[in-house]
Write a protein that binds this ligand. Structure first.
Ligand code: GTP
Ligand code: MG
Length: 390
């Protein structure tokens, strides 16, 4: 079987002076690769404000076109969100498809979704994205057919038809999601009946959540050097045995979808049900890729998403992962210390989910945290949330 030809793409970043501007475009490059595209050139520029028609100036647009031709790129990707009009104008000027970061994220989610619920959530986010782009995409048809002041040309009819089809589809998808959500709630209520102490792994995409999940519960969640390897929430029992300083108890541990800066709002909304696990947790293990120099920014982005989904009040344990990949100079003296996030001091544990370093220590810490949270340090057996494994 012939595999599809790889699409070469050129990456564009525009610096408007915001502190989260990524001058390296590394993350956009990773996103492109995760979506199956091949970045072949990068270009950045500075502007005070986006040009309303083209996002960049005409000179820069022509420069991008030239660079794309030289590098053999057949598609352009912007790190910033483009308005539908800017996207359309750029496509005309550059004579090739132009997309943005939000489109990429949606594309990756669409490729990865496996569960029924995940697929429905991505479908809804896609439909919502498309519905906002519809009107202007068709506006040239409108002009061609009707002329100024005239209504009812084929372009407009087409828009009306498409709008109706899409809004019907959005309604149907929402109803189907609602049904799945009810089933999920029933499952959760059943779990709650057993009153298990709930822990959720959250963190920036690629931080190592699934690898840590596997190291802790010896399950086999999909871990890969891709952004958004995980889309569905997986929950397993985590046994905290006598070896961890506990008395043979189990808690529930959930692996969740990764966060990323400027996560499209439609996606956050669509994934709210999946992220419900995080909202309902008794403890969040916030996994951080300590080997990534961007980690402070990534921590801030995760906190932002947690705020948006209403999970910012859940106690957090920071786990600084990829200890094995740190430079010697970055090595710490103690695997357990604290770290300040938004003026709040949080406990921190250093681990390597890959080599297993610090995992035992993390388990011990979890036993302590769980016991303290339940206020039953001396006798955990009395609290039903610390259920015994039979
Ligand atoms: N060197 C090193 N690499 C690690 C460690 N933990 C995870 N990785 C690697 O980091 C990459 C991402 O790991 P995942 O566990 O898939 O990360 P994730 O946070 O679940 O990512 P998403 O599901 O995409 O959000 C993989 O290539 C892992 O092998 C670690 O302790 N050290
Ligand atoms: Mg994962």
């Amino acid at each position: 079987m012939l595999s599809a030809p790889v699409v070469s793409t050129i990456l564009v970043g525009v610096d408007f002076g915001h502190d989260h501007f990524d001058g390296t475009l590394d993350e956009l490059g990773l996103l492109a690769q995760s979506a199956g595209l091949q970045p072949v050139a990068r270009i950045t520029c500075k502007r005070k404000a986006p040009d309303s028609a083209l996002f960049v100036g005409t000179g820069k647009a022509d420069e991008i076109k030239l660079l794309a031709q030289q590098a053999g790129a057949s598609e352009v990707l912007f790190d910033q969100a483009l308005s539908p009009a800017q996207q359309r104008n750029l496509e005309r000027r550059l004579e090739m498809p132009v997309n943005d970061r939000i489109y990429l994220i949606l594309k990756i989610f669409a490729q990865r979704a496996r569960s029924h619920e995940g697929k429905l959530q991505v479908e809804l986010a896609n439909l919502q994205y498309v519905s906002t782009r519809l009107v202007r995409r068709w506006s040239h048809l409108e002009r061609q057919s009707g002329g100024i002041g005239m209504r009812g040309g084929p372009g407009e009819k087409q828009i009306e038809l498409d709008k109706r089809i899409i809004s019907d589809a959005i309604k149907r998808t929402k109803e189907r999601l609602e049904k799945v959500k009810k089933q999920r709630n029933t499952q959760r209520r059943q779990r709650d009946k057993h009153q298990t102490f709930k822990i959720s792994l959250v963190g920036y995409t690629n931080a190592g959540k699934s690898t840590l999940f596997n190291a802790l519960v010896k399950a086999r969640a999909y871990a890969a050097d891709q952004l958004f390897a995980t889309l569905d929430t997986t929950t397993r029992q985590l046994y905290l045995g006598a070896a961890d300083g506990g008395v043979g108890r189990s808690v529930s541990l959930s692996d969740t979808v990764g966060f990323i800066r400027n996560l499209p709002h439609d996606l956050i909304d669509a994934f709210r049900a999946t992220l419900q696990e995080a909202i309902d947790a008794d403890l969040l293990i916030h996994v951080v890729d300590a080997a990534n120099p961007e980690y402070p920014e990534q921590i801030a982005q995760v906190q932002e998403v947690l705020r948006q989904i209403g999970a910012d009040k859940v106690p957090q344990l920071l786990v600084f992962n990829k200890f094995d990949a740190l430079e010697m100079s970055q090595h710490v003296r103690h695997l357990s210390d604290s770290y300040e996030v938004d003026g709040q001091t949080m406990p921190r544990i250093w681990v390597s989910a890959k080599t297993g370093q610090g995992i035992l220590f993390l388990r011990e810490h979890l036993v302590k945290t769980v016991q303290e949270a339940l206020g039953t340090e001396d006798n955990t057996e009395q609290d039903p949330r610390f259920a015994t494994i039979d």
